[in-house]
Every structure is written in C-alpha cells, then in structure tokens.
Design a protein around this ligand. Structure first.
Ligand SMILES: [Zn+2]
Length: 316
C-alpha cells in the first residue's frame, strides 16, 4: 500500500500525547517531521486499560516499521529519576505509577515520560517558537495552565519534576480553592473552568450576549471581540492572572522568550496582547525589555513532537 507519510520509517520515533479526553500519537522523524498520526478517545481510566491503549497505539504506528523508542506526555507531574507519575487529576489511576518503565515493558521499546507542558516546551525549543533562544518559558493554556522551562538550552525539571508550574503561582491569596491544595492560583482564573465560573458571575444581572450560551473560552472570546462587557471582564481577568504569573517567573528567571500554546491560546492576539500588557506592568523594565512573546509555532503537534523528542534525547 502506498504510504504518504514523510521521513525514514526505520528511524521514526513515536510520540504519545495523553490528555484527559484524547490520546494523540504520531511517528516523528529525527528532524521533527511528523509522519503517521492517530487520535482516539481515552478509553478507560483503569491503569491496565490505559496502558493497553498506549501499547496498542504504538503497535498500530509500528505497522510502518519499528521505532527506536517511545515518548509519552501526560497531564501531570513525572518525577525525573524514577519516572513516577504524580498529581494527574484527570487520570487519577496513573498516580504513583512508574510510567516509563510500564510503557517500556508493554511496548518492548525504551520509553520516556514527561509532563505534557514540559513536552511542549521541548518541542517549541527544538523546532518551534523558542528555537532561537536558550532560555524560554512555555505556557500551555487549556483546562489547566501548564508550564515548562528551558534554561541554558535544557529542559529544567527541578528536584522532583515540579519546576515551571506557572499555573500554581498564587495571584489571589483569598481566591478559590485550587486542585493543588492552595487558593487563587493562576489556573483557578485562567484555566478553562475558571473562565466559565467567572463568566457565569459576570453575566448575572446585566445584559450580555453570553446569556443562554454554552459558556467556554472560545465563546467568551468571540463575545469579547463583539465588545461584550461581561466577556471582556472575563478575558481581562484571565490576562491579568496570566500576566502576574508570567511576571513573577520573568523576575526570577529572566528568560528571553515566553511561548504561549494550548487550546485556549487559539484566542489569539485579543488574549496575548493583554497578557503582554499585564506582564509589562509587573516586571522589571530591563527584564521585560529583554523578553519577547510568541504564540506556539507547533500548535496541537507540540505534545507528540515533544514526547518523541524526549525519547530521542533519552538515548532511544
Ligand atoms: Zn494551584
């Protein structure tokens, strides 16, 4: 059968991007070209079911030839040395699991596992909006607010893999409870559920084109484009929280690039411009002046490319 995928099948690695809802998988050549892809709903929340699905996706992609190694991104923390998954609220069965080892055992291939935002950071630093800099913060906007740091050209994980968790910088000390156990984290305001909660509040008692609509970030952004005051209030609040979190990170780490990706970043300039303005007000002028902001260049592929890149760097 004619195979339209590009690249050398013999050396393509496999990247898996496991979300709370969908599993995305792809073959990724050593130069980053994405070959054959898969996308399927996450079938199960049992450990066995999930691992079987991951191994099944690898087997399917290996119909085009064996991969030297497999990389996996998950919506949670992965401890750097042990590869143990921690804090995976959307897939709680993974908690405490030595993920890379389990995946390697099921696939018969060396395996690498990482936090999904760290995988995104790896991908953007390698081939995307951070490839021309050595110090970068990647911010992933979705249901959660994830972050990944590349410092001096290397992914920085910290002692236990929690480095770069910009979504859990506190910006409202008396704010709502966060899944991490704290209050008023960036994520409670700028994560998708935060947009929805604040929009419900913003539309109460005043006319808004959001009234009666299914509230989600994309709908709120559309209403903001139309000048809806309630929608603009929600958008401004998300931008302020993100700007405060990014400013704190810039003042500590002085990175020269902020890359913003994830599904909610599809809002585009109406959000990013506000985030930049809010960051500027809270950052040392010289630090802000030395930092540029870019939307993700790899978009939805950042996860699979970064996971595969991790497998390549791990020596697969
Ligand atoms: Zn938190």
């Amino acid at each position: 059968m004619y195979n339209v995928s590009v690249g050398n099948p013999a050396t393509e690695f496999i990247g898996l991007d496991l979300g709370g809802t969908f599993l995305k998988a792809a073959r990724v050549a050593p130069d980053g070209v994405v070959g054959r892809r898969l996308r399927q709903p996450v079938e199960s929340d049992s450990v066995d079911g999930l691992l079987s699905q991951l191994a099944g996706a690898v087997r399917k992609l290996e119909e085009d030839g064996p991969a030297p190694a497999v990389g996996l991104g998950i919506p949670g923390i992965v401890e750097p040395v042990t590869g143990i998954a921690r804090g995976v609220p959307n897939l709680p069965s993974l908690e405490g699991l030595p993920l890379a080892a389990e995946l390697a055992a099921r696939c018969g291939r060396p395996a690498f596992a990482a936090n999904d935002a760290n995988a995104g950071a790896l991908a953007e630093a390698w081939l995307g909006a951070g490839q021309d800099v050595r110090n970068m913060l990647y911010v992933s906007l979705g249901t959660g607010v994830g972050g990944g740091l590349v410092l001096d050209g290397r992914l920085f994980l910290g002692h236990a893999g929690y480095a770069g968790e910009i979504g859990h910088i506190q910006v409202e000390p008396d704010g709502v409870r966060c899944g991490c156990g704290s209050w008023g984290c960036v994520e409670t305001i700028a994560g998708a559920p935060g947009w929805v909660r604040r929009a419900e509040k913003a539309v109460a008692g005043r006319p808004s084109i959001l009234a009666g609509q299914r509230l989600e970030p994309a709908v709120i952004v559309e209403a903001a484009h139309a000048g809806d005051a309630a929608a603009l209030e929600v958008l401004d609040g998300a931008a302020r929280a993100l700007g405060a979190g990014i400013a704190a990170t810039l003042n500590i780490l002085n990175v020269e690039r902020v890359v913003v990706g994830g599904g909610v970043s599809a809002a585009g300039a109406i959000l990013l411009d506000r985030v930049v303005a809010e960051t500027r007000q809270r950052t040392f002028p010289a630090v802000f002046a030395g930092c540029s902001f870019r939307p993700s260049a790899l978009g939805a592929d950042a996860g699979v490319i970064g996971a595969a890149r991790g497998a390549m760097l791990a020596g697969g």
